[in-house]
Ligand binder design. Structure first.
Ligand code: URA
Length: 428
């Protein structure tokens, strides 16, 4: 080896390009523990400030994949396709989408993480279902994909261990926002998971991880390129996250709403985004995108719901069991009559998090029942004093913080807001 860690940090600090050797030396050394956290933090900050070129990014991503095991899904007997969302408030799309696309004929290996900050994690939502288990050994994942076609479970510790360490470090060094680091973090996990195709839901708007459209677009383009370079057919939709998706935010509340969608109902915005993503996934998997076996028909006639029931039961859950309910429900009322012009996604996300539905540190527990229900959505007519939001809490002491988060988040005016498209752009 002709490089050393100071040389790697200096190269990037001074705006140079890292060689393939330098990248592999760093990723392998950091994963093995021979490179210290402070050195890795310095390099992440240099990358955030100086960016990475396409070759550096491809090598970095490959080194992250090579830091652990890859799942072999060649034996599942169906086309494999997955979806990843950059995270949003009320974003329970995966819960309905995974069984829906499985019911259309694909195998969907959704290996997920837990939520951190104001957007919830898919595993936290699923864990609101009595008995449901997030952890599955690799051979059970393959078996369940073969039998049911759908798995939502925790990614194993041996999948991209370099990303586990780097993501935790970035979280405490203000370097999460670097686009090459986000793209390589997300795509290394999805490529290592073994899926043949991938649809990315990149959120844009106040509740999104990257609120501005130009940055969301750059992230989407970078991930689509990375996927293709690694032989994974990849498409991205940029979707709106200025207001919560659907009405329910919070773990059990979101499960209940996803089940409404699987039963052929549910809020129209949630159904629209779910079907847009399902259509892209089916297209990439070579399955019908409309007609009697397309996603809309499969959702409407109960085939997707039947797969949900089997998927939940296969992981120990009872799909018909009552979900936990919060003892306290507090109404937030309209400050005036008129049209609801804004219900800010980030503020609702922070309120829900303060009610106990999310965590600040990865070891914190979450409340299954805390959350919020948006009774009205932007564009709706409202009367002064009518309830707009219901806050669900396990204890009264959580309410003041949640109400403070909502200050300035609700705007009512005489004119309706300009309509916003839900699917903003398609990349790929
Ligand atoms: N999600 C990830 O998995 N990684 C990131 O870097 C950001 C979001």
């Amino acid at each position: 080896m002709t490089t050393d860690v100071l040389d790697v940090i200096r190269t990037k600090r001074d705006g140079g390009e890292l060689s393939d050797e330098q990248i592999r030396f760093f990723v392998e050394g950091y994963t093995a523990g021979t490179i210290a956290d402070e050195q890795a933090a310095a390099l992440c900050m240099a990358i955030l400030l100086r960016d990475m070129g396409p070759r550096e990014l491809a090598t970095w991503t490959q080194a992250m994949i090579d830091s652990g095991e890859r799942l072999d899904l060649s034996g599942v007997g169906r086309p494999t396709v997955d979806k990843h969302s950059t995270g949003g408030v009320g974003d329970k799309v995966s819960l309905a989408l995974v069984p829906l696309v499985a019911a259309c004929g694909a195998a969907v290996p959704q290996l997920s993480g837990r939520g951190l900050g104001h957007t919830g994690g898919t595993l936290d939502k699923m864990e609101a279902i009595p008995g449901w288990r997030a952890t599955l050994p690799a051979e059970r994942i393959v078996e369940q994909l073969r039998d049911v076609g759908a798995v939502i479970c925790a990614a194993s510790e041996s999948l991209c261990p370099a990303d586990r360490k780097l993501y935790a470090l970035r979280d405490v060094t203000a370097t999460v926002e670097a686009i090459p680091l986000i793209a390589s973090s997300i795509m290394s996990k999805k490529i290592a998971e073994g899926t043949e195709a991938l649809v990315l839901d990149v959120k844009v708007g106040s509740g999104a991880f990257l609120p501005e459209l130009d940055r969301a677009r750059r992230l989407a383009e970078t991930m689509v390129e990375l996927g293709r370079a690694h032989g994974v057919r990849t498409v991205a939709l940029i979707t709106d996250m200025d207001t919560p998706l659907g009405r329910a935010c919070g773990n059990a509340l979101e499960v209940a709403e996803a089940v409404e969608v699987l039963d052929g109902g549910g809020p129209p915005d949630l159904v629209e985004v779910t079907l847009a993503l399902a259509t892209e996934m089916c297209r990439l998997a070579g399955l019908p995108t409309d007609g009697p076996d397309g996603p809309a028909a499969v959702l409407a006639d109960g085939r997707a719901r039947a797969v949900w029931d089997r998927m939940v039961a296969a992981q120990g859950g009872d799909p018909r069991a009552p979900l936990p309910e919060a003892p306290i429900v507090h109404e937030v009322r309209a400050p005036a009559g008129g049209h609801l012009r804004r219900l800010d996604a980030r503020a609702v996300g922070v309120a829900v998090w303060r009610l106990g539905a999310g965590r600040s540190r990865k070891e914190d527990p979450v409340s299954p029942s805390a959350g919020a229900v948006c009774l009205r959505k932007p564009g709706d007519r409202v009367e002064e004093g009518e309830p707009l939001l219901l806050l669900h809490a396990d204890d009264e002491g959580r309410l003041p913080g949640a109400l403070a988060a909502l200050e300035g988040a609700i705007e009512v005016g005489p004119e309706p807001p300009a309509p916003r498209p839900l699917v903003v752009e398609r990349i790929g």
